[in-house]
Design a protein. Structure first.
Lengths: 273, 273
């Protein structure tokens, strides 16, 4: 999917919501455990109930890996279901991969070609030759971890490295990588005030912003500091939406939570004019 | 496995060799492609031919993920084969994972409990709460990326961050993490001269050193700068061993290459006294 197509979807749906499919057998409604594939049954119900309210889904691969082969099968069925029924939706493999050149190419092929994701999150620690193999895929997007939403982000990411914080150095350096136009960045909603500085470095890039809702980030602040003339934001909520209820009404409740965020986003889009 | 058990194995086998199982269907002998599970057939033959010459195996998960479900099945069969037939061998999931707290716990469970690996490589970018969930598993080892063997390592890892290079800051900070005694570190053989500085920070930790052989690192230099009184090194070779031949004799040739390294290691151990 091209960035332009993503922007069109945002205007059409009046939403820049990304729903995180962090599907955990201990948190889904217990009656679903009787299903042959409870992970996929849950995801399908969530997608069916919310696809008109969001522009992206983001399964975190850890949740699927934790269940071994069955988990990977459920992830495969989920991305197939999305690509078949909702090809206009942007899909993100939240995998945080990154390795030396040839090995990163393996990961890129696995997620872009085998699974058919539109994008993948990538950890920057290993630098240029660990990131560029992902960037080589046209109309696929590499979402680089810049400033993450967790407490540990202050260990290294915000530390000063030759005059700039590490996360700023990561973003600036990534702009010199081949095919840098395929980059987006992860910036946690819990650190919304940093978004202003980040926008100075990458005024046009899309930012994937986790941490609204359960983690405490504010949508209003994220928009205030992070929105650009093309919106430039995908705001993610996972637990706050998908685990809104543990009962038979879980998909309905998820849709209600997604609708709340979508309406707030609609207001922000109106304000953008 | 405890660190003490690993040290005992090193003395017993007179080897601190780790063999990287980066198994690639395009590089294995073509006749193996007729096997039902070529990835496992290759790994089994390599293990059968080399297990007496090394103390560790390190499958890089990217190579298995690239083949989807079949790849994960082959990885599962490989670790099961090792744990059943060679439980004295240290196993490393070279997965370079790392995510926010709950999610890192998922990865830890997947690799330590579901697969039964002794250790996993972890990327440090997200800091404390992304690493500590791995450290919570006793007698399991978290091998933190410190200074990697690739060119991109110079992008961030060697950059100066408040008076010290980022990789030094990563190592120093990780020592403050809960259960830091379960930490080891990745330090590339291509940057052997840095090992002296690293030994000043972590005199006793084990270092996993990739990059000898195909990537150009020197075993002699690695030992000179990196060895401590308990050896403290696992030196990895992947392509240089497992792809020594593309013919029917591939396992034999792999054993010859492993033997060459083992003999050099034996000399280094003698020099240690």
């Amino acid at each position: 999917m091209t960035t332009q197509q993503l922007i069109e979807q945002i205007y059409k749906k009046q939403s820049f919501l990304c729903i995180g499919l962090d599907t955990d057998l201990e948190k889904i409604p217990p009656y679903l455990l009787q299903e042959k594939d409870p992970l996929f049954a849950f995801n399908k119900a969530i997608i069916d109930a919310t696809h008109h309210l969001c522009v992206a889904y983001k399964p975190n691969t850890a949740f699927y890996e934790a269940y071994g082969i069955k988990g990977w099968q459920a992830l495969g069925k989920t991305i197939d279901y999305l690509n078949t029924n909702h090809p206009e939706i942007f899909t993100i493999a939240d995998a945080k991969r990154g390795d030396i050149g040839n090995t990163s190419t393996r990961y890129a092929k696995a997620f872009f070609e085998e699974f058919g994701f539109d994008s993948i999150t990538v950890a920057p620690y290993m630098g240029k030759d660990s990131v560029e193999p992902f960037l080589a895929f046209e109309n696929k997007h590499t979402i680089l971890l810049a400033l993450t939403s967790n407490e540990g982000a202050y260990d290294f990411q915000t530390q000063i490295l030759e005059g700039a914080a590490l996360y700023e150095k990561v973003i600036k350096t990534s702009l010199t990588y081949k095919n840098a136009h395929n980059l987006m960045y992860v910036v946690g909603a819990t650190k919304a005030s940093y978004l202003g500085d980040i926008r100075k470095i990458v005024p046009e890039s899309f930012l994937l912003v986790p941490g609204v809702g359960a983690q405490g980030g504010s949508l209003k602040e994220v928009c205030h500091y992070g929105m650009n003339q093309d919106i430039g934001l995908l705001v993610n909520s996972s637990r706050g939406i998908i685990y809104a209820s543990k009962n038979q009404d879980f998909a309905l409740k998820a849709a209600e939570k997604a609708k709340e965020l979508q309406l707030q986003m609609q207001d922000e889009l109106k304000a953008l004019g």
